[in-house]
Design a protein around this ligand. Sequence first.
Ligand code: PMP
Length: 317
Amino acid sequence: MQTILDTIGDTPLLPLRHLGRGLPRPILVKCEHLNPGGSIKDRLAKAIVDDAEARGVLRPGMTLIEATAGNTGVGLALVAATRGYQLVCVMPEKMSVDKRRVLSSLGATVIIAANAPPTSPDNFQNVAKALAAEHGWFSTDQFQNPVNVQVHARTTGAEILRQVGGPIGAFVAGAGTGGTISGVGRALAQAWPAVRVVLADPIGSGLASWVETGEVGPDGSYAVEGIGSSQPPANLHREVIHAAERISDEDSFETARRLVAEEGLLVGGSAGTNVAAALRVAARDDIDGPVVTVLPDSWDRYFSTAWMQAWGRRLHE
Ligand code: PMP
């Protein structure tokens, strides 16, 4: 090993021994929170930079810019620190203070954008695009860059196939950029055509309706970070996905709490969303094989959030 980037990926795949008890088939969780930057996004951060360097569009000393809920920013910050780039992250206002602090500590410049819809010029993705054009910075563009989907097929998906070593009943994941579900879903379906690929979507996101009907559902608010949208991103490939499960904030955060307390898995809110959906899928009759999902990030990103602060209050009641 040469740098910390060499420890990205090859994460454990573990059965849920307590939450999955009594189900007709196991739920296997891929521990992406154990990546060096604490999330699944380390994979694409490194892959996008590797690709841009190989194409000659990125040279040492240049500035990277990304619109990020935080995790891709942390991944990119690790890459930037080890390879000598500057990094600018544009984050939506709703993201936790913990994520802002982490990014600043890692030397990134953080710009906070208003919580505006994708059609607004104030939306975090549009702000990042405008800044990239204005300054000639390299836009890593996780929402559109095809390397995001490719790296999940080539690494996350291939690792799951190897780790399971047999048929897979279903793959369940939320979608932020769509990279995980599109890339892993495609790789698993190529090996096991009967696999069901299920989107775990927060109630308030419009993506579940889009998967089911092709029409985006109404835009609502929800507190889970990193997943769901009112507009399907380019990297979310609808043809790979068979069904959707709608999960409330309450269910996501309670399931995350149980993953911590009962399984020792120190994960964030979207892991709760994924596992809450996986529990429903695993209870169905038409699934043949284990249900696999991902634990996208670590709990340390959320210590200041209202939902995690409430865990502390429960302990004192
Ligand atoms: N969970 C969290 C906490 C995330 O930050 C992200 C990425 N935005 C996801 C899940 C979804 O991953 P993807 O972008 O691959 O759809």
